[in-house]
Design a protein around this ligand. Structure first.
Ligand SMILES: Cc1cc2nc3c(=O)[nH]c(=O)nc-3n(C[C@H](O)[C@H](O)[C@H](O)COP(=O)(O)OP(=O)(O)OC[C@H]3O[C@@H](n4cnc5c(N)ncnc54)[C@H](O)[C@@H]3O)c2cc1C
Length: 389
């Protein structure tokens, strides 16, 4: 491959992953072509909650990646790149009922064993700690050192900080390879783009480009946003996550999961509003919200924080997470050559992981030593034989 400054790199997708990759390459002085079928953050990145969090994770590769992701958000915030776009806060996992309390106990131990700072708050402490919480709450664990960032806002700030140009309305059709299997570039609906390396960060659109039918699946999430309520907002010390959310993520093995994957996260935003979610629906292919799901989420939210009943609902919306059948994203070089990089399948973690994965891919393209082990996410586990470049 050419020296980094001479590399012609094309990135497919201007979601948080593609934009982060472009940001770190641009900071290293490498020009990129950032190709986007619609507009920056048009897909999952623009329809997400923004938990930058390990609270719902089990120890393992995803937790390690998320811890690195949180650390990078702090770095970018300290450098002024995110300029107030990253809010530091704790996540409170709250149990209602004995079954949830038991799930929470086990989960707290798992988090602590991985070195995450966890504080247990007994039922008796909750009225003082979080006066807006329902008296039904039976204890909580506080996961410290977490944060929140709105995906489309991060994308906007990274584009501005690195003065990136997003080529909007360019749909990539396929990879182009020479007869000996070397990478030539990409065919788009606006013509061919030659490249020494390409990064496929196209979310759900990656399936068609890489021949990953049956490997990537949409998993819909529905969210709602309330009006501003500063006093109520101040009465919550951080994000509230129902212990049931762990069940909806199937983190607690053997626990029953509702078909809609209802979980509950109530995020007090710095605007004074609340962002509340949501669902985790398998195989819903359209990003649309429906009354049944939003009604259910609202009822759960009011049961957890009764004061929410007095607020007006401003907006309900839905997005499609791109999930991989084995639960781990696909990140790294496509097998068979070093010209094609893949970064997709982040499901419900791409806001947290986008910047750190963008940096890791940029480092790989620049020939720098890896700061994060990508082997658990090796796309070769599904791509072997599908991409020859
Ligand atoms: C309801 C909901 C809640 C979420 N909450 C959180 C959360 O709290 N914390 C968290 O970390 N994550 C969360 N996520 C997940 C997160 O939003 C995603 O993992 C992340 O945005 C994925 O980013 P991406 O860049 O990989 O993909 P996307 O944002 O999907 O971007 C892919 C881009 O590629 C473009 N594209 C596709 N095909 C082509 C093509 N052929 N040619 C050109 N362009 C193409 C698309 O238009 C799109 O803009 C949530 C997601 C949803 C839906």
């Amino acid at each position: 491959m050419a020296s980094p400054s001479k590399l012609r790199i094309a990135i497919v997708g201007a979601g948080i992953v593609g934009v982060s990759t472009a940001f770190f390459l641009a900071r290293a002085g490498v020009g990129v072509r950032l190709l986007e079928a619609h507009a920056p953050a048009a897909a999952a990145t623009g329809a997400a909650d923004g938990a930058v969090s390990v609270a719902s994770k089990r120890p393992g590769a995803m937790m390690n990646a998320a811890l690195a992701g949180i650390a990078l958000y702090r770095e970018l915030a300290a450098q002024g790149v995110l300029d107030g776009g990253f809010v530091s806060r704790s996540t409170f996992l709250v149990a209602v009922g004995a079954a949830e309390a038991a799930v929470l106990d086990g989960h707290a131990e798992a988090l602590a064993s991985a070195g995450v700072e966890v504080v247990r708050h007994p039922t008796s402490a909750l009225a003082r700690l979080a006066p807006a919480l329902s008296p039904e709450a039976e204890g909580a664990i506080e996961v410290r050192g977490e944060g929140h960032a709105i995906g489309y806002d991060v994308v906007r700030r990274l584009i501005r900080a690195a003065e990136l140009t997003v080529e909007r309305g360019v749909t990539v059709r396929n990879l182009v390879q020479s007869s000996d299997g070397g990478l030539v570039g990409l065919d788009t609906d606006r013509g061919r783009i030659e490249a020494d390396a390409v990064v496929i960060a196209a979310g759900g659109g990656s399936a068609e480009l890489l021949g990953l039918d049956g490997v990537l699946r949409p998993r819909r999430g529905q969210l709602l946003v309330t009006e501003r309520a500063p006093a109520l907002n101040a009465a919550l010390p951080g994000a509230i996550m129902s212990a049931r959310y762990l069940l909806s993520k199937a983190s607690a093995k053997g626990a029953p999961v509702s078909p809609r994957g209802y979980g509950l996260v109530i995020d007090p935003l710095r605007t004074g509003q609340f962002l509340v979610g949501g669902t985790r629906e398998n195989d819903a292919t359209r990003p649309i919200a429906d009354v049944e799901a939003i009604g259910h989420v609202l009822a759960d939210a009011v049961a957890m924080v009764p004061g929410l009943a007095k607020l007006r609902l401003l907006r309900a919306f839905a997005g499609l997470r791109t999930a991989v059948v084995d639960g781990l994203p696909l990140i790294g070089r496509a097998p068979g050559g070093d010209g094609v990089f893949v970064a997709t399948g982040f499901e419900g973690d791409g806001i947290c992981l986008g910047p750190v994965m963008g940096r890791t891919i940029a480092d790989a393209l620049l020939g720098r030593p890896a700061t994060l082990d990508l082997s658990p996410f090796d796309p070769g586990r599904f791509l072997a034989g599908r991409v020859a470049a």
